[in-house]
Structure formats: C-alpha cells, structure tokens
Design a protein around this ligand. Structure first.
Ligand code: S0N
Length: 273
C-alpha cells in the first residue's frame, strides 16, 4: 500500500508532504543527530502543523523522523544554552511547549510513525500524538533525569494518563529505555509492526481515518482532551459546540436579524429537554 506524496512546503530541518487522499506527512529531517530538534526545527514544525490544521483537505497528520534509526531524540543538546535551546537569534527558548499545545488543539488525528529512538522530548512528541504505530526496532524512553531537564506538563502528565502514575514515574526518574514490545505491553503504542511494514501500516490507518466523519473525529479528540486540558480543553470543546451552533438556522437568525436591523425571532426554534 503506498500513496503519492507531493511536497507541500520547503523547509531546512523538516520535510512536509501531502497526498491526494488528504494525508499530511511531517518528517523531522536531522538523521545525523537522530532527528534531535533545534528551535528552528520546532518553528518549522509549528508552521507545517498550522498549515495541516488549516487545510480543509487534510484529514490526518503523520509525524515521523527521517530514516529508520530514530523518530526523534529530543532537544539538540549541542544548542542547549542557559535557559533553553538557542537558535539563530541567540535567544534561548522552549518552543517545544508551543508545538505540544498546537498538536493538542489540532482537531485532526495525529499518528506518530516511530522507527528507532523516540527519546526525551522526542518521546514526548509520540506521547502527545493521538496514535502511535511503532516499528519493531523502536526504542522509547526519557533521559531528563540524566541530562538535567524536565518536560513538565503534557510530557509527564499525559504519559501518566497513558501508562499510569507508577510507570510514568519509573520512566522519568530512571531514564531507562524500553523496547517496542515493552511499550506495547504498557499501552504506550497502538501497534508494533515489522520495520519494513511501518509506512504501509501507518498509511492503512491514515486512509481509514480520512474516510471517517471529520466532525465526529474532531469532537472525539476534544472530548478525550477535555479533562486533562482543564479550561483550555473546555474552551476547545465549547468552541466545537459553537462551530456546530453557527451552522444552525437558530444561530443564523440572530446574525441575520442584526444585519436586517430587526428583532430576532427565536420562538420558531425548539427548546430541547
Ligand atoms: C538516542 C541515543 C540513546 C542513541 O544512542 P546511539 O545509538 O549510541 O547514537 P549516538 O551515537 O549517541 O547518536 C548519533 C548521533 O546523534 C547525536 N545525537 C543524538 N541525540 C542527540 C541530541 N538529543 N542532541 C544532540 N545530538 C544528538 C549524537 O551526538 C551522535 O552524533 P555524533 O555521531 O556526531 O557524535 C543517544 O543518542 C542519546 O542518548 N541521545 C540524547 C538523548 C537526549 O538526552 N535528548 C534530550 C532530552 N531532553 C529533551 O528532549 C528536552 C525536551 C525539551 O525541549 C523540553 C520541553 C519542555 C520543557 C523543558 C524541556 C527541556 O528539557 O529543556
């Protein structure tokens, strides 16, 4: 099973492609560093994810890493300064946090397609994705207690939602590595496939997802996120209700009455129990 990928936008540190079927594929392209990310990588990911979110033809987004050695090995430690990761402007920042939030509010399923290492902030990226399909060579883990950093918020909190508090603490405190089989056992991935079948298996699920009701998927994602995301989660769910309400005759009556300089007549609309 294969799809024809067309370049969507050109970047330096990621590759962004789309297929006719409505699948977007975003690939971190720094294989010489096991796809570790810099502030620029994250800026480019923010741009591509924003485009995929806004493009009405895109129904599902695949996030992956170039090559079969690594999905992503986290923040590039060579550009880690005092106070964050340092890019061309010499300003230290943790813009990964912006990307994590964007991935949560993007109302389309995101599939992490993981071959090789998913480590540190790279592990967090697969954790935050809606679904993870892993190759049998995948290796998962955090390193923060070794390299002296903390991926608070989604990185830790959502991991605990998935594998439970005890296991999440083990993963973060000990900084050990876990095989694809171990990850599967703890519910950290959706399925494990032989490396050579990884892209086909991911495309298979992506094609199934683009055939599903986009509004149902949107509401499901918002519902799954609502309790862990607090007020921001409720805002997303409330925003989705507003989106649907805007499409009703009842809502349009309010808008039209204003434009026609008359009082709105809401008496024609039912008050459901
Ligand atoms: C992945 C590991 C285990 C693979 O080991 P292996 O197979 O022995 O390969 P290596 O020879 O080590 O790697 C190949 C080449 O790639 C370079 N490289 C790999 N990872 C990185 C990296 N993260 N940064 C820079 N370079 C990397 C190697 O140096 C090597 O290059 P050469 O051949 O030139 O020597 C192993 O590579 C490993 O352990 N990597 C480091 C993993 C790690 O510690 N990652 C960082 C963890 N922290 C984060 O990701 C921070 C997250 C974050 O940004 C954040 C978010 C929210 C709030 C706070 C933070 C924050 O922490 O700041």
């Amino acid at each position: 099973m294969s799809v024809k990928w067309e370049p969507a936008r050109t970047y330096d540190e990621i590759v962004y492609e789309k297929s006719e079927e409505g699948i977007a594929k975003i690939t971190i392209n720094r294989p010489h560093k096991h796809n570790a990310f810099t502030p620029k990588t994250i800026d480019e990911l923010l741009d591509a994810f924003t485009d995929a979110r806004n493009d009405g033809r895109v129904g599902v987004i695949i996030l992956t890493g170039m090559g079969d050695k690594a999905f992503c090995s986290g923040g590039d430690q060579m550009v880690r300064g005092d106070g964050g990761y340092v890019g061309g402007d010499q300003v230290p920042r943790l813009n990964l946090l912006d990307l994590q939030r964007l991935m949560r509010v993007t109302p389309k399923p995101i599939i992490a397609m993981v071959a090789g290492y998913a480590i540190g902030g790279g592990h967090g990226l697969h954790v935050i994705s809606d679904l993870t399909i892993a190759a049998d060579n995948a290796i998962f883990g955090q390193t923060e207690s070794k390299v002296g950093s903390v991926d608070a918020g989604y990185g830790q909190g959502f991991l605990a939602e998935i594998v439970g508090q005890k296991k999440a603490r083990e993963i973060y405190y000990l900084s050990e590595q876990y095989t694809a089989e171990e990850a599967d056992k703890m519910g950290l991935v959706n399925k494990v496939v032989p490396l050579e079948q990884l892209e086909d298996a991911t495309i298979d699920w992506a094609q199934k997802l683009v055939a599903k009701s986009p509004t149902a998927l949107r509401l499901m994602k918002a519902s799954f996120n609502a309790d862990t995301d607090g007020l921001a989660g409720l805002q997303q769910l409330g925003g989705d209700a507003t989106l649907l309400y805007y499409r009703t005759e009842e809502s349009k009556e309010g808008r039209d009455a204003f434009k026609e300089k008359r009082e709105p007549d809401f008496s024609q609309f039912p008050r459901f129990p």
